[in-house]
Design a protein around this ligand. Structure first.
Ligand code: ADP
Ligand code: MG
Length: 223
């Protein structure tokens, strides 16, 4: 269980996340929506431990975000909004590089399979020669190397073709439902949110997303 209590984040005098509380159970796929600048990435970066917690508290099972950074990081897989891969490495070299940093060891075959699961079969190609969508597939594969319990995905499917997006979506959904992973992800694609998420958090007061999603039978909570 991931439990967020009274989380607030300011950038100078600007309040971005305001007194947010929520709970997410193991195995849930939760969408995070809201207009540009609403604070989705800020919230995901805090949950990924990349932005320090200032006000409020976050706990994952018995781990506390103030005290247990290292242990938490072992449990978190993160795909940032801005793609973070080594451009001059091949796909294989990227996977091996991040595997070597990881505390979970994977064979070359397993690493390759992770890429194939993401519908990426350009194993030997230089990353800089890949399209944006392919790089994003690589970024998702990298985030899965250490078998994280929690997956935080910031617009993971943007730029990915529709067919791959659907396949990756159902792969991630299975990871939640069969392997008990907890997934929180942002997307501007409401069809994807509707088909993939168990429920949705909406940041911001504009009723647009909430109304649209509720019309389509989604449970939406405004943060
Ligand atoms: N490092 C930063 N310093 C100052 N303001 C920031 C910083 N990062 C984000 N912001 C501001 O915080 C708000 C939320 O940004 P962000 O979390 O990226 O929103 P979203 O992902 O929903 O588009 C925006 O107004 C943005 O300009
Ligand atoms: Mg963002």
């Amino acid at each position: 269980m991931l439990k967020v209590d009274s989380l607030t984040k300011n950038y100078g005098s600007k309040q971005v996340v305001v007194d947010v509380s929520f709970e997410i159970s193991q195995g849930e796929v939760v969408g995070l929506v809201g207009e540009n600048g609403a604070g989705k990435s800020t919230l995901l970066n805090i949950l990924a431990t990349l932005i320090p917690l200032e006000e409020g508290s976050i706990n994952y099972n018995d781990l506390n975000y103030g005290a247990d950074h290292r242990k938490l990081r072992e449990k978190i897989g993160f795909v940032p909004q801005d793609i973070a891969v080594w451009e001059d490495f091949s796909v294989k070299e990227n996977m091996v590089f991040f595997e070597q940093l990881s505390w979970v060891k994977k064979s070359r075959k397993e690493l390759r399979q992770l890429c194939l699961d993401m519908k990426l079969d350009q194993w030997k190609e230089k990353t800089k020669s890949l399209s944006g969508g392919m790089k994003r597939k690589l970024n998702i594969a990298i985030s899965l190397i250490h078998d994280p319990d929690i997956l935080l995905l910031d617009e993971p499917t943007s730029g990915i073709d529709l067919k791959s997006r659907k396949e990756i979506g159902s792969y991630l959904y299975d990871l939640a439902k069969h392997n008990g992973k907890t997934i929180i992800y942002t997307s501007h694609d409401m069809e994807e949110i509707i088909s993939l998420c168990d429920r949705v958090y909406c940041i911001g007061k504009d009723p647009f997303y909430k109304e649209l999603l509720e019309k389509n039978g989604k449970s939406v909570q405004v943060l």
